[in-house]
Design a protein around this ligand. Structure first.
Ligand SMILES: NC(=O)c1ccc[n+]([C@@H]2O[C@H](COP(=O)([O-])OP(=O)(O)OC[C@H]3O[C@@H](n4cnc5c(N)ncnc54)[C@H](OP(=O)(O)O)[C@@H]3O)[C@@H](O)[C@H]2O)c1
Length: 353
């Protein structure tokens, strides 16, 4: 079960008592990139970044009508401060070609002058039924895991190289979910002995349900980001880019846009449930601000405010940091590396490092 009573009460508490926003000039003069800025948390994060002083905020979109609406919302929510400071770039994470083309464009921004200060990989989805995407994998895995990790992987060497032109490391924050602690990796071991996990989870007959599929995509992404955290270190052992994953907790956004396909009961109950327990995107995106202001010593940390670090560590020991978790991380990462090097030539040099 995804939510215990205790967890739900904490979520409801955070809805009414949000974590504070950082000081108004926290992102002063920064260039910020947020993927998936057309709705929910990404849109709300763009508003916060403008209000907290960013000089340029780039959001991504795969639909021009949605990007126009998003720009209008940001302008309204920032009282017009966003004029000339927010722009939209095209990105469709269901296709590697789009991710690669996007990464190439991003790498032209402030090239040789420090690059981008803050990157938030936020775009994600949760479908209610299995759907294979163009690259052959379940669409949840494609967007939340493979394309998110690919984009991070393509940007990381460039961001590291730009460290020499900066006074402090840039931030790369990947939106995960606390749900990544839920999958049973003993089952994964069994399935992996028969076929690749990417293949297993992409077969409609193995669909674990919408909720567990979402948790699965976030655990796979967490494993990969843990590897990127190591790759981000410079020769002196200090991070050249500060990487974090994060979870805002339960947020009422468009993520559950397909829930009505699950029947009338779910369609009726979901808004009531979210109305009681879920925070607004603006509230949830406060966690993003915190995750983008972490210090070097917090490099690699999973940022969340609804549970203690000790509580997280205890659960992470089962799926990530314990022996089984480490083994599973190595396996998932090797599947992803094989996928990327086979289909995305641009990753071959990077993955040799
Ligand atoms: N809501 C929660 O309770 C919650 C909790 C923890 C973590 N998260 C994470 O927060 C992130 C944002 O989700 P949200 O809740 O704000 O949901 P949302 O309102 O549905 O926003 C998702 C964003 O991702 C974009 N996106 C979806 N598929 C894409 C694709 N193939 N290519 C490019 N962009 C794509 C969407 O673009 P379109 O407008 O074109 O669809 C939208 O801008 C996700 O990573 C989610 O897993 C959410």
């Amino acid at each position: 079960m995804a939510f215990s009573i205790q967890k739900l009460l904490i979520q409801a508490y955070m809805k009414w008592f949000p974590i504070p926003l950082p000081p108004p000039d926290s992102f002063k003069d920064q260039t910020v990139l947020v993927t998936g800025g057309t709705s929910g948390l990404g849109l709300a994060a763009a508003v916060h970044f403008v209000n907290l002083g960013a000089a340029e905020v780039i959001i991504t979109s795969r639909n021009s009508a949605r990007s126009k609406t998003a720009l209008a919302t940001i302008e309204r929510e920032t009282g017009g401060r966003s004029k000339g400071r927010v722009r939209v770039m095209d990105l469709d994470m269901s296709r590697y070609a789009s991710v690669v083309a996007f990464a190439e464009e991003v790498k032209k921004i402030n090239r040789g002058k420090g690059g981008i200060d803050t990157v938030v990989l936020n775009a994600g989805l949760s479908t209610v039924e299995p759907t294979r995407g163009e690259e052959g994998w379940d669409q949840n895995i494609q967007v939340n895991t493979l394309s998110t990790v690919l984009l991070a992987l393509l940007l990381l060497p460039w961001m590291k190289a730009e460290r020499a032109n900066r006074s402090a490391p840039a931030h790369l924050a990947v939106v995960g979910s606390g749900r990544h602690l839920e999958p049973n990796i003993q089952e994964w071991k069994e399935w992996a002995s028969e076929t690749s996990l990417l293949e297993h989870f992409s077969k409609p007959e193995n669909w674990p349900g919408s909720s567990m599929m979402y948790a699965t995509t976030k655990l796979m992404a967490q494993y990969a980001v843990n590897e990127l955290v190591k790759m981000a270190l410079g020769p002196d052992g200090h991070p050249e880019v500060i990487i974090n994953t994060m979870c805002p907790g339960l947020v009422a956004s468009d993520l559950s846009r397909d829930l009505n396909k699950m029947g009338i009961v779910v369609a009726l109950i979901a808004p009531i449930f979210l109305g009681i327990f879920a925070k607004s995107p603006s509230n949830g995106a406060r966690t993003y601000m915190a995750a983008c202001l972490t210090t070097e010593s917090e490099h690699g940390k999973f940022i969340k405010f609804y549970s203690s670090d000790a509580d997280y560590q205890e659960k992470a020991d089962v799926v990530i940091t314990g022996e089984d978790g480490r083994e599973m991380q190595a396996l998932v990462w090797s599947e992803m590396k094989a996928e990327f090097t086979a289909k995305v030539p641009e990753t071959r040099e990077i993955l040799k490092l």
